[in-house]
Ligand binder design. Structure first.
Ligand code: GLA
Length: 419
């Protein structure tokens, strides 16, 4: 008996909390239903035929070839009741062939399926069933369907329960299925999540929802400085991503809102993530090795959207196998900020950013001495490459400086020239 207990304990230790998901995998890239075609999360786009159509367009447009292989259904797919066996079930009108058939379909296309649930008693929207008290059942259901990613949200967590305990229980249940499933935790950055989530999840939200705005004032919900792109960039700077991000434990600043544009009737109020804001968003998410789940319509890939989402040199920085979460080097009162991410071949990716505080253009500089690359000195000659333009700017000694407009940035790859 004692031997059995010891063996069981050893198996638990060996299994760890990897959920069977390869920790060597890249941060996930793909599409989420959340803001597609309308106000984020209000009438969320979610049906078997729409999802298949969007997935096909991702293949046809070459997005999957670049690694955008994930399809994630947020709080939209499930029925309002569990089935007679107490299992989660999809809305039968929206998914008449069931989730296994959808997962099979996506797998045949070389894609993966992610599904949403909640750690609490109900989901955040429309009182769909949450997974509380059903972690094993729901993990088994997801595994049975062949689901590849499970996001667990934080609504309706019973107040007497500890969030970390609940997420740990769900993680163990996913792990115990033996089916590889990426666990995406969404506790809105509460409880210093970055300190404990890497042991139980492959990605974890560090902040409240990213709304399709540049700046949105802080609210009572969730950690962070607000929900706009500008707010998230400042919040991430203070978290020091390089301290926490590692392969298979991605910090998640939430979905990409690339070129989101929605207006009220009569176009009286419009919400827009313009080209500058969207490209700045993409650069920072890339620098942090964060998941790149685009929450706007993948069928609507305008030239601007392609330029942002499908730039191979930018994606190479995202996928760089060192998987460092880039950090801020300085933050000046002018709005000038410089950020850096060391890369596997010894290059350094740098963002020279104007946070737009003053509404004015400003000079932003990087000095080699500040990059903290051990063998780089101020005397070194460094080739500076513009990652968005895919062209070299030139060779520089000591450092590089340029003028940047508000909310904009330059995204650079620096390569030291060998003597
Ligand atoms: C919360 C999450 C969002 C989304 C919605 C769904 O707000 O933070 O990402 O999943 O719930 O209702």
């Amino acid at each position: 008996m004692l031997i059995l207990v010891v063996l069981a304990y050893l198996v638990t230790l060996i299994q760890g909390y990897d959920n069977g998901y390869l920790t060597s995998a890249e941060p996930p890239k793909g599409w989420s239903t959340w803001c597609t075609n309308e106000l984020c999360g209000i009438p969320d786009l979610c049906s078997e035929w729409e999802v298949k159509k969007k997935a096909k367009s991702m293949v046809d447009q070459g997005m999957t070839a670049l690694g955008y292989t994930w399809v994630f259904l947020d709080d939209c797919w499930s029925d309002t009741e569990r089935d007679a066996n107490g299992e989660l079930q999809p809305n039968p009108h929206l998914f008449p062939n069931g989730m296994k058939a959808l997962a099979d379909h996506l797998h045949d296309m070389g894609m993966q399926l992610g599904l949403y649930t909640c750690i609490g008693t109900k989901t955040c929207k429309r009182n769909r069933p949450g997974s509380y008290n059903n972690y094993e059942t729901d993990a088994n259901t997801m595994a049975k369907w062949g689901v590849d990613m499970v996001k667990a949200d934080y609504c309706y967590k019973p107040s007497e329960e500890n969030g970390q305990d609940l997420y740990t229980r769900f993680s163990k249940a996913l792990n115990a299925t033996g089916h590889p499933m990426l666990f995406s935790m969404c506790n809105w950055g509460e409880d210093q999540v970055y300190e404990w989530a890497p042991d139980i999840a492959q990605m974890y939200r560090v902040q409240m929802d990213h709304l399709p705005f540049w700046h949105w004032p802080p609210t009572a919900m969730g950690a962070g400085y607000g929900a706009g792109t500008h707010d998230i960039i400042n919040y991430m700077a203070d978290l020091n991503p390089s301290k926490w991000v590692k392969k298979g434990a991605w910090m998640d600043p939430d979905f990409l809102e690339t070129l989101y544009h929605v207006c009220s009737p009569g176009d009286r109020i419009c919400t827009t993530m313009d080209f500058t804001a969207s490209r700045t968003e993409m650069a920072f998410w890339t620098l942090w090795s964060a998941p790149l789940l685009m929450a706007t319509n993948p069928e609507d890939m305008s030239d601007d959207k392609r330029a942002i989402i499908m730039n191979k040199e930018v994606l190479a920085v995202h996928n760089d196998p060192l998987f460092v979460g880039g950090d801020r080097m300085y933050n000046a009162t002018s709005g000038a900020q410089a950020w850096r991410k060391p890369l596997n071949n010894g290059d350094v990716a740098v963002i020279l950013y104007n946070s737009g505080e003053t509404g004015q253009s400003t000079d932003v500089a990087v000095a080699w001495a500040d990059l903290q690359v051990v063998d780089w000195t101020a005397d070194d000659t460094v080739t500076v490459r513009d990652l968005w333009a895919n062209e070299d700017i030139g060779d520089y000694s000591a450092g590089y400086s340029t003028t940047v407009d508000p909310r904009d940035h330059v995204f650079l790859r620096l390569t030291k020239k060998m003597a």
